[in-house]
Write a protein that binds this ligand. Structure first.
Ligand code: PMP
Length: 390
């Protein structure tokens, strides 16, 4: 019959519980549905009911766009995860962290433009990198800034010909490695995209303490659809310019989104306050282990290397548990890795979307259990086909 709800791809039937056998493993996107079972376990205490009259205003009390309660809980979660220093820092909310990427570019490029005749150059740390840095910066380009690719062209220069903003993604999307800025000097500002700097995805060697760091609820609780992100900012003027950006672009972010985020973070922080982190870390480290074992049997494909590291959150050395597998097709003739995987019924994101060669493909490990299981079973088939050939 007609489904009662919209089913995710690969599911059908009346209540979307029927697995469609013909389906490929869709591991293209970064939808963090692996966290869904945690919220099913916590369904009652994470539910949000909002009466029709509630929070109708553009503002929270004191003409603020920001829920002070949510801000307080964000600081608390960072203290629990030991992943960022928030004392004495300002917090700006955005529509996802996506909006804050450009808010940060705007704020940092205005820093210098009154005194400098040059347009600020915006660069990404290193290839492979997350593509919105380029597409957003180009899309919104103003007289104050322009995108210049990755930092390799500027790396060995002593004079950058003006100011530079460098995006550093740490851990990196797609390869999960912790990264540091490449460019240094008085003319360089850095935006640290810390979307994946949670115990789910990486060792936390020390709390992050950069001037401008961007986080998101999408990769923390899995609620990408709520579109709630935040920036932690040291400098008051940068903070004010980012707030101006949000004011001009949006008149503040959704109060409903903030209310939902608050409810979720309260669940994360309550009782055994490591519960969500342990849950997420366990799933992803298990997935990585399983996938690594299959790749260890392959001569044709390889996975990225991520060093084991001491984690202050777990208080021990830990194995990797990245959000994505960054796969290399090693045979000379395998120039289009995504296509090889597509034929094997695994849909990944091509290396070129990260400005790398197409002999790389990114596979998401964040999706629901079904897609992961499909990935494992198709991957086993693909690797077993190598026998004798490879
Ligand atoms: N930064 C990185 C590195 C990401 O991978 C993502 C999401 N895939 C984002 C930012 C944006 O996330 P959101 O807008 O949902 O907060």
């Amino acid at each position: 019959g007609k489904p009662i709800c919209e089913c995710y791809s690969c599911y059908g039937g009346n209540d979307c519980s029927l697995l469609l056998a013909t389906c490929p493993a869709d591991v293209e996107g970064g939808d963090p549905l692996f966290l869904e079972p945690f919220w099913i376990q916590n369904a009652a205490n994470s539910a949000v009911v909002v009466a029709g009259w509630h929070r109708m205003s553009y503002f929270f009390p004191n003409q603020s766009y920001i829920s002070k309660e949510l801000e307080k809980n964000i600081r608390k979660i960072h203290a629990i995860a030991k992943n960022a220093i928030t004392d004495g820092r300002y917090i700006v909310f955005g529509v996802g962290s996506t909006q804050l990427l450009n808010a940060a570019v705007h704020a940092l490029s205005m820093e210098s433009s009154s005194s400098s005749p040059f347009t600020t150059k915006v660069v990404a740390n290193k290839i492979p990198y997350y593509s919105p840095y380029k597409f957003q910066t180009e899309f919104f380009q103003t007289l104050h800034y322009e995108f210049e690719g990755d930092s390799s062209m500027l790396k060995n220069k002593s004079d950058f010909g003006g100011n530079v903003i460098e995006f550093v993604t740490s851990p990196n999307n797609p390869d999960g490695n912790l990264r540091n800025s490449v460019l240094k000097g008085p003319n360089v500002k850095t935006i640290y995209d810390r979307a994946y700097y949670w115990p789910h995805y990486t060792a936390i060697p020390a709390p992050a303490d950069e001037d401008l760091m961007i986080f998101s609820i999408s990769k923390l609780t899995g609620h990408a659809g709520s579109r709630v992100g935040w920036a932690i900012v040291k400098d008051v003027n940068v903070y004010k310019r980012m707030m101006d950006f949000i004011d001009v672009a949006e008149m503040g972010t959704s109060k409903d989104g903030q209310l939902r985020a608050l409810t979720l973070l309260k669940v994360v922080a309550q009782g055994d306050d490591k519960q969500l982190f342990n849950f997420a870390h366990q799933i992803l480290s298990h997935r990585w282990e399983k996938l690594s074992r299959i790749f260890s049997l392959s001569k044709r494909f390889s996975l990225q290397r991520i060093p084991t590291q001491y984690c202050t959150f777990l208080d021990r050395i830990r194995e990797p548990s990245p959000a994505y597998a960054w796969v290399k097709c090693k045979r000379k003739e395998d120039k289009n890795c995504t296509e090889i995987f597509r034929v094997a019924k695994i849909i990944g994101r091509p290396g070129s979307k990260f400005f790398a060669e197409n002999r790389y493909v990114r596979l998401s490990l964040l999706k629901g259990q079904h897609d992961f299981e499909m990935l494992i079973s198709q991957m086993k088939k693909l690797v077993s086909q190598e026998g004798g050939v490879g």
